[in-house]
Design a protein around this ligand. Structure first.
Ligand code: C2E
Ligand code: CA
Ligand code: CA
Length: 292
């Protein structure tokens, strides 16, 4: 009954563009996985910084730290590719520690320049149940002489659903010390609002998929308005990420989003470029040409 399958030449299978592509991408994943430890060791994974501004005043609130890997063969590899790998291999713990140390060190450097902004670091859900996480973060802040209120930790909704007991303990210890907790990609997960209410959350970050289509989709406007309304009732701050156009900025201002982040303001920048950008901007406003 099955012989007809075997008559198909093997070469035809490997020549399928889909299979060839799948092969290439799994080979790439294997390479990256085997290089990851060494990359962390030599500091090839570095942070870029993307500014967040106050919607109404343009004040520079702080920066989100985003990891990137400068790979000798593959060029700059984005976090969407290697964070998952790091979570699978367990390297995520060292990666998170490195990111926290660099980002907090960067804020200390900006403080020395007289600019007191915050920095937001993304935490993997895999690292949250770690009983030593909060102590380590607070020790890093102390070592760099940075007040905890200048650190924001961003975690996704799903991260709050995992090992609830230890996650809650970590977050409560951080919040009690003054660290701000932000729920990233809000609107895409399935968190229970009742649970969210019990956590010491300060900020909701509306997922960029809703923001980017704000210009022309009625449905998304209703979602964004709904999230902002919800945040108001819960006493939370709202950040809109993925703000790419002046039109979207204007809509978000009308809807009452507190802070904005996106390519309209700036793409993520390497530390030197971010420092120059910060020194040039006390506040941010749309370039005149964009208004014309
Ligand atoms: P995220 O936390 O939601 O970060 C925002 C992503 O949107 C970043 O992508 C950023 O470069 C991109 N972005 C910012 N503004 C715009 C815009 O106006 N338009 C568009 N289209 N995109 C914009 P990136 O750098 O590729 O990061 C992807 C994800 O990787 C992040 O999503 C975050 O979940 C994760 N990630 C990044 N760095 C770290 C890290 O150090 N640790 C962990 N655990 N995760 C990280
Ligand atoms: Ca984030
Ligand atoms: Ca996000």
């Amino acid at each position: 009954m099955r012989t007809w399958r075997c008559t198909r030449p093997r070469t035809a299978r490997t020549a399928s563009p889909y299979l060839a592509e799948r092969d290439r991408s799994s080979r790439r994943r294997l390479h990256l996985a085997s290089d990851l430890d060494a990359a962390i060791e030599v500091g090839a994974i570095t942070l870029h910084y993307q500014p967040k501004v106050h919607t109404a005043t343009g004040e520079i609130i702080g920066f989100e730290a985003l990891a990137g890997w400068q790979h000798p063969l593959h060029g700059r590899v984005g976090p969407d590719e290697f964070i998952l790998l790091a979570e699978q291999t367990g390297a995520i713990h060292r990666l998170t520690e490195q990111a926290l140390d660099s980002a907090i060190g960067q804020v200390a450097a900006w403080n020395r320049l007289g600019r007191r902004v915050s920095v937001a670091v993304n935490l993997s859900p895999k690292g949250l149940p770690d009983v030593r996480l909060a102590d380590r973060i607070l020790a890093t802040l102390e070592r760099h002489g940075v007040p905890p209120r200048q650190l924001v930790v961003e975690l996704t909704e799903s991260a709050t659903i995992g090992d609830q007991f230890q996650t809650e303990r970590s977050l409560k210890a951080l919040a009690a010390a003054g660290v701000k907790i932000s729920i990233d990609d809000f609107g895409t997960g399935h968190s229970s609002l009742a649970r969210l209410r019990r956590l010491p959350v300060h900020e909701l970050k509306i997922d960029k998929s809703f923001i980017m289509e704000l210009a022309d989709q009625q449905g998304d406007e209703a979602i964004v308005a709904g999230i902002i309304d919800l945040a108001r009732h819960m006493g939370l701050r709202v950040v809109a990420e993925g703000v790419e156009t002046a039109e979207i900025r204007d809509k978000l201002a009308a809807l009452g989003a507190d802070h904005l982040q996106g390519y309209l303001i700036s793409p993520p920048m390497d530390p030197e470029t971010a420092t120059t950008w910060l020194q040039r901007h006390q506040t941010w406003s749309l370039p005149a040409a964009a208004d014309a």
